[in-house]
Design a protein around this ligand. Structure first.
Ligand SMILES: Cc1ncc(COP(=O)(O)O)c(C=O)c1O
Length: 373
């Protein structure tokens, strides 16, 4: 089954997703212990105690199929977001939502406009359905550039992706420019706004996609996840908010039992864990301050970030520093697969994890500057 002729051509074209290395893999390969992972933008605090309790209780019900309609989670989420349950699709992570969107809407001739660099799965699922990803490099080389995205729109455009804050850059588009973009775009083109990291943004002009939807942008689909601030990436839970007609179509396409019952219960508890949410935000803000201070002192380039990670530019192939960190038990994300071979993306950790990263990074950088690691 591996011969090329047997696969769908669209599968051959798909980029392979490169995840952050799991801790167990590094333990196995390098025989190390005490490893820290700062590679996948997870929450270093782990889940709240309310979530842990909900998970323990939910185990009693795993002999039964989950609620295919996610009633309690939708009810809690709708109240939290100020929308109706009919505005919500719950997914097995945002990855699942991106796939359901592709399977619901994209046809072979459609063009899907995707900024570069950004999260790889938008392109992967576009290709899987046989549609055409139109990859649009931003002028700065980093974050989203709405003007270039607009220029890439044609009669064949079905959807435009915007990741805000953007992965892997941590940069944002601001509300005024986003509104201009939405106003100028025909309303039969979907705008898919990925707000996976929006909880960490504190720029006063950071747009809230749900508020824009309430202002009448009915072609706007907002996606959010429980993998980041809510710290349940391992359970897989994400969602889309959109107008009820769009949501009804997405429900036809999703797997009936796409979200497991433990994740559904954990999601409700996570939304009610307000203290944990605040602590998680504070930790990220402290991480930003700590990294900015150190990196400035080291005279290393980085992008100011609105997310829970930071992109550091070594100005030379980043694989040596990546490997040095790995040998020292710290997993970060090299960004070659994003088309950024001189950078690493580092998720903010606890204060101790940040200290450890910065200490090892400083040593590695010294070696690099003195002629190589
Ligand atoms: C921008 C962005 N969107 C979506 C996802 C996937 O989220 P989930 O874990 O909910 O599938 C990620 C994961 O890193 C991401 O960075």
């Amino acid at each position: 089954m591996t011969s090329k002729s047997m696969t769908r051509p669209s599968v051959d074209k798909m980029p392979t997703y490169v995840p952050g290395k799991p801790i167990e893999e590094v333990e196995r390969e390098l025989g190390l212990s005490g490893i820290i992972k700062m590679a996948s933008n997870e929450n270093p605090l782990g889940p709240s105690k309310e979530v842990r309790q909900a998970v323990a209780q939910a185990i009693d019900r795993i002999a039964l199929y989950p609620d295919a309609n996610a009633y309690y989670l939708k009810d809690t989420l709708a109240a939290e977001l100020g929308v109706e349950p009919a505005n919500l699709l719950i997914g097995n992570g945002v990855d699942d939502v991106i796939r359901i969107l592709a399977e619901t809407f994209y046809q072979p001739d459609d063009e899907i406009v995707i900024p570069q660099p950004t999260f790889t799965m938008y392109e992967a699922y576009t290709l899987l359905g046989g549609s055409h990803p139109v990859l649009v490099k931003s002028k700065s080389g980093w974050g989203n550039d709405l003007e270039s995205l607009k220029m890439a729109v044609t009669d064949r455009t079905k959807a435009v992706f915007i990741c805000n804050p953007n992965n892997p850059t941590g940069t944002i588009v601001r509300e005024p420019e986003l509104k201009v973009f939405l106003d100028e775009l025909p309303r039969d083109i979907l705008v898919i706004l990925d707000e996976a990291y929006s909880d960490f943004a504190d720029d006063p002009n950071f747009p809230n996609g749900l508020r824009l939807q309430a202002q009448g942008y009915t072609n706007l689909i907002v996606m959010r996840t429980f993998s980041k601030i809510h710290a349940i990436a391992g359970l897989r839970l994400g969602y889309a908010v959109a107008n009820p007609q769009i949501i009804a179509l997405l429900h036809k396409v999703k797997d009936p039992f796409n979200v497991n019952s433990v994740a559904l219960a954990a999601g409700v508890a996570a939304l009610n864990s307000k203290k944990h949410i605040d602590l998680s935000k504070e930790l990220v803000q402290a991480g930003r301050r700590q990294f900015y201070g150190e990196l400035d002192e080291l005279q290393v380039d980085y992008l100011p970030t609105q997310a829970n990670f930071i992109l550091i530019d070594l100005k030379q192939d980043s694989k040596d520093i990546y490997n040095y960190l790995l040998q020292n038990g710290i997993i970060v994300r090299p960004t070659h697969s994003f088309g950024l071979p001189t950078c690493i993306r580092v998720t903010f950790g606890t204060a101790e994890q940040n200290d450890r990263f910065l200490r090892v990074f400083r040593d590695g950088l010294k070696k690099l500057r003195n002629g190589g690691i």
